[in-house]
Design a protein around this ligand. Structure first.
Ligand code: PLP
Length: 429
């Protein structure tokens, strides 16, 4: 798709361009396999000498159409859809980091990703150092090791709502010869395009705003095609030396800017699977078609609500990067000038039980282990998503026991404010 098209157009037109007489929606190709007339045709596909479909675990036309739309939106050269955001982050890392490797990760990230990196990757022999996004350049530099393969952060962290200084971290990563991977789930490419700030790879939980209506769980890995793997071939033999499982093919030599994406599909998807079902990709595409409109309303509603809560005496604190007084407001203005997202964190005056009573008193806004949905919802990470973390780990991830994560939907904002008011009133009963 033409690179100069705006995001709103890409949300609708990106990825699937029907030819004469073809359906306007990408068809759901609900088939595990594809038929060929000659064994030579099939052999060429297996050798990666021709492109085409042979088995849905590797590639499927519906999945590819939606992946292409996400690649267009992020400005990448290629994207791969995965069965969840967790799978996307796992594949993004594992594609270039094997046993014996080390990764450097912002400690302000989603609890599930924290667990994946701290516990599961460790079992696979990959070591992880968590570091504050506020660390100085010197502190970050000192955390690198010879075996460090990548740096990882979230554009807007879940649940802390911290804004990651992408440009600064990209420069540091590149000075150490490694790529920066950014989880752009909360900002979405509507509000931030990490590649424009130097990030090399972007991941998404498409379960969130991209879908937007809580209809499917999915993920995506997008490559900018910009990282010079060959210049750091000693660090990335997985991409720059022959892959014996592909008859000695070298990804960078055979696929150039598509090396990272091709390896992820041809090797990791082949061996580990984890693609989304085509039906889910179809649902995701329906969500993507309105992403630009929904993000605008999520941001408008969230800003109005953040201002209302900030002015209420019963609220101890509000963390929303779009508020002028927010600690990361300057970063938000730089990276998210049109608004951040619909998620904020709040703390109420009182104790842990005050948070629970408040949430239980809400009538319209519901309690859910989800964010980035058209329906407003709240969650108490200390007793829900992050309950596997110790107090020390909670603190290290910047999560206070009173923190309520509030995902503002796109209902009428006055109805939401009225619900919050009545729940706050009930705290004094
Ligand atoms: N990344 C972020 C920022 C998330 O918020 C989440 C889930 O909440 C994930 C990744 C994992 O995504 P999924 O739930 O689709 O596996």
């Amino acid at each position: 798709m033409a690179k100069d098209l705006k995001a709103a157009t890409l949300c609708i037109r990106g990825g699937w361009q029907p030819k004469n007489g073809e359906p306007v929606e990408p068809p759901i190709v609900q088939s595990t396999t594809f038929k060929y007339d000659s064994s030579e045709d099939m052999a060429m596909l297996f050798d990666l000498k021709k492109s085409g479909y042979f088995y849905t675990r590797l590639q499927n036309p519906t999945n590819d159409a939606v992946a292409a739309k996400i690649a267009d939106l992020e400005g990448g050269v290629g994207a791969v859809l995965t069965s969840s955001g967790q799978a996307a982050n796992f594949y993004a890392v594992f594609n270039i980091c094997e046993a014996g490797g080390h990764i450097l990760v912002s400690n302000e990230i989603y609890g599930g990703t924290f667990n994946l990196f701290a516990v599961t990757l460790k079992k696979l022999g990959i070591d992880c150092t968590f570091i504050s996004p506020d660390a100085t350049d010197e502190e970050i530099g000192a955390a690198f090791r010879p075996e460090t393969k990548l740096v990882f952060g979230e554009t807007i962290s879940n649940p802390g709502c911290r804004v990651f200084d992408i440009e600064r971290w990209a420069t540091i990563a590149h000075n150490h010869g490694v790529p920066l991977i950014i989880d752009n789930t909360f900002a979405t490419p509507i509000n931030c395009k990490p590649f424009e700030w130097g990030a090399d790879i972007v991941t998404h939980s498409t379960t969130k705003y991209m879908d937007g209506v809580a209809s499917q769980v999915g993920g995506a890995v997008v490559d900018s095609g910009n990282f010079p793997w060959e210049e750091h071939a000693d660090k990335f033999p997985c991409l720059c030396t022959p892959d014996e499982s592909y008859h000695g093919l070298t990804y960078t030599k055979s696929f150039g800017k598509m090396a990272y994406t091709t390896k992820l599909v041809a090797q990791l998807m082949r061996d580990l699977g984890s693609i989304p079902g085509p039906q889910n990709s179809f649902l995701l595409n329906i969500g993507l078609q309105t992403l630009h409109l929904r993000m605008e309303r999520h941001c408008y509603n969230a800003k109005r609500i953040a201002e209302f809560l900030e002015a209420d005496d019963r609220v101890a604190w509000v963390r929303y990067p779009d508020l002028p007084g927010a600690p990361d407001h300057a970063l938000a203005q730089k990276y998210l000038p049109n608004g951040s997202c619909g998620v904020m964190c709040i703390g109420l005056k009182g104790d842990r039980n005050t948070a629970i009573k408040f949430m239980d008193s809400l009538r319209l806004i519901h309690i859910a282990t989800h964010v980035a949905d058209v329906r407003s919802c709240v969650l108490h990470p200390a007793s829900h998503t992050h309950r596997q973390l110790s107090d020390e780990q909670l603190k290290a991830a910047g999560i206070a026991p009173d923190l309520i994560r509030f995902s503002v939907g796109i209902e009428d904002v006055d109805d939401l404010i009225n619900d919050l008011k009545q729940a706050l009133d009930q705290l004094s009963n």
